[in-house]
Design a protein around this ligand. Structure first.
Ligand code: FAD
Length: 520
């Protein structure tokens, strides 16, 4: 029997399933006879989770790789531009806020502007000093103009999108353009080969689907990696308490309302509320800790938020959907000839929208490193596990950073979050180090690090963290001071220019619907 990997079977037709199918099929020429056979089996009875509406800029590359037109994507997925996240009330629970923008600080790889910004910290926020993006977001501006080609930008951006429409959109593209075979049926049994690998899947129709590699995209059910192989789940609730969400879709009272170009994340008594603006509606949800707040109180707080941000009648008419989850991930993501991508591999609260980007990274590595045969699969599996367990550690630390820096003491939730026993030891070490120096590349060694040093700086300085410095002046400070002053001043001019030149998010999206972007 040949041990070549000719057929990849993906189970699950949510965002994880279709993104994986699309990225694999595009790279491996599944629309041609000689290409990889990609089969996706999806239950007609279990709907995708239908949340997950904020992406990273990486999604632009993923769409491009799959050969998708950005104009079609905007039109079909009710998409808008996302330029980062605005965090409200995280420091003291009052009116204060800060941005974690997607744009890197000016000349980030050449000069440490954070050191030069320290003396200016009372006058200007770090993010405002180093990039025009927060100012553009404050005015709900788009990151580009209609004449800017597809996927290009003046300011770095990702998307907000309608998750239900996005899965359907990807499905159509994968099946019609990329040669993915789509089977609508329930997997009712997983059949093993003599060596313990998965040999095939039995479907309710009585058919069996054979494959060489199986991708578990079955969401929280984790049918293959969890249920069949019994790979244990590692809870991370000791660090990240949130385990429930109440989600609603809020219709627009008028299609001329401004469309925010950041996700809004507003801290609450025992969690936070996300607010994602799409052209036709908003997606709003309260993520909270069931150990610190009752479901009833969570709904009251969500409704209070809705009443303050939408017209009262619309706010009242929304029926929240409750989603329960356990924060954490599987002990490993790839076992034998099965790899988990998406919720089946793990999930923690969507504070920095890290789930879709993990799917993209997983699918990208799977596609690049697709084992040619069974003999080499275990080598790739080991590397995949090392890489993604590392990513999980770092995501958890980065999310916890938002809580660990808070000065809120108004509820047990915030007090517990700052208790050292709930902060991962590696993050505690880093925080000690960052009291004397800003986060550096060497702190974050991977080339595809999810959160680069720039992200840590935006959150640390957005949350008023003090990097004291040793007081000693360095040769590099003297050498770069003039450059830093120039960059601060250029940033001010660039901000003024962009604020004049950029259309609003709403204006640009309306134009995209009407005329489309220029093709690249
Ligand atoms: P699902 O969407 O649950 O899909 C599972 C699929 O498996 C379905 O198609 C189902 O039919 C199929 N299936 C199940 N059992 C069987 C069976 N027996 N046979 C055949 N098929 C089967 N991510 C972000 O990046 N940004 C965000 O802003 C964000 N917000 C979120 C908010 C909340 C409250 C939650 C819970 C998640 C959020 N996420 C976010 C995560 C994001 O929603 C998911 O990562 C993403 O939707 C992928 O889901 P999935 O495809 O893994 O699972």
């Amino acid at each position: 029997m040949s041990d070549l990997v000719n057929t990849v079977v993906i189970v699950g037709g949510g965002t994880a399933g279709w993104l994986t199918a699309g990225l694999l099929a595009a790279e491996h020429l599944s629309d041609e006879k000689s290409g990889l056979n990609v089969v996706l089996v999806e239950s007609p009875d279990v709907s995708p989770i239908g949340v997950g509406e904020g992406t990273w800029p990486t999604m632009r590359t993923s769409l491009q790789t799959m050969g998708i037109s950005e104009t079609d994507f905007f039109r079909d997925c009710d998409a808008s531009f996302k330029q980062g996240t605005r965090f409200d009330g995280w420091l003291r629970g009052r009116e204060e806020y800060y941005y974690h923008p997607f744009a890197l600080p000016q000349r980030f790889h050449e000069i440490d502007l954070a050191r030069h910004w320290q003396p200016l910290r009372e006058k200007v926020s770090y993010a405002d000093a180093v990039t025009p993006q927060p100012a553009a977001c404050e005015r709900a501006l788009a990151p580009k103009q209609i004449t800017t080609p597809e996927f290009a930008s003046a300011l770095n951006y990702g998307y907000h999108l309608d998750a239900g429409r996005f899965s359907k959109f990807l499905e159509e593209h994968c099946v019609q353009e990329l040669g993915v075979t789509h089977i609508l049926d329930n997997v009712v049994a997983v059949n093993s080969a003599d060596n313990g690998d998965i040999k095939s899947l039995s479907l309710r129709s009585g058919e069996a689907v054979h494959g060489d590699l199986f991708v578990d995209c079955t969401g929280f059910a984790a049918l293959l990696l969890g249920k069949h192989f019994g790979i244990p789940f590692c809870s991370k609730q000791q660090y990240l308490f949130n385990d429930r969400a109440l989600a609603v879709q809020v219709p627009r009272s008028s299609y001329s309302e401004p469309i925010a170009s950041t996700t809004l994340s507003t801290a609450q008594g025992a969690g936070w509320i996300w607010d994602i603006a799409l052209p036709m509606r908003r997606g709003v949800g309260h993520v909270y800790s069931s150990a610190h707040m009752s479901d009833e109180q969570a709904e009251v707080d969500l409704r209070r938020y809705l009443a303050s941000t939408a017209n009262a009648e619309l706010a009242e008419s929304c029926t929240p959907r409750q989603i329960e989850f356990s924060p954490g991930h599987r002990e490993k993501l790839w076992h034998r000839n099965c790899v988990a991508v998406g919720l089946s591999g793990g999930f923690v609260e969507p504070l920095e929208a890290s789930a879709l980007v993990m799917i993209e990274l997983s699918a990208k590595m799977l596609s690049e490193q697709l084992p040619a045969n069974r003999s080499t699969m275990d080598i790739v599996a080991k590397r995949f596990n090392d890489r993604f367990l590392y990513h999980w550690r770092r995501i958890i630390e980065f999310l916890k950073l938002h809580y660990a820096l808070s000065k809120r003491e108004d509820t047990d939730y915030w007090r517990d979050n700052c208790n050292a026993s709930t902060i991962p030891p590696e993050l505690q070490e880093s925080l000690e180090l960052w009291r004397y120096q800003s986060p550096k590349y060497q702190d974050l060694p991977l080339a595809d690090e999810l959160f680069p040093a720039a992200s840590y700086r935006y959150v640390l300085y957005g949350m008023n963290f003090e990097t004291e410095g040793p007081g000693e002046q360095r040769r590099s400070d003297i050498a770069t001071r003039a450059t830093a002053d120039r960059l601060f001043s250029e940033n001010t001019s660039l901000t003024a220019q962009l604020l004049k030149a950029l259309p609003t998010n709403r204006e640009l999206i309306d134009k995209v619907h009407e005329f489309g972007f220029q093709k690249v």
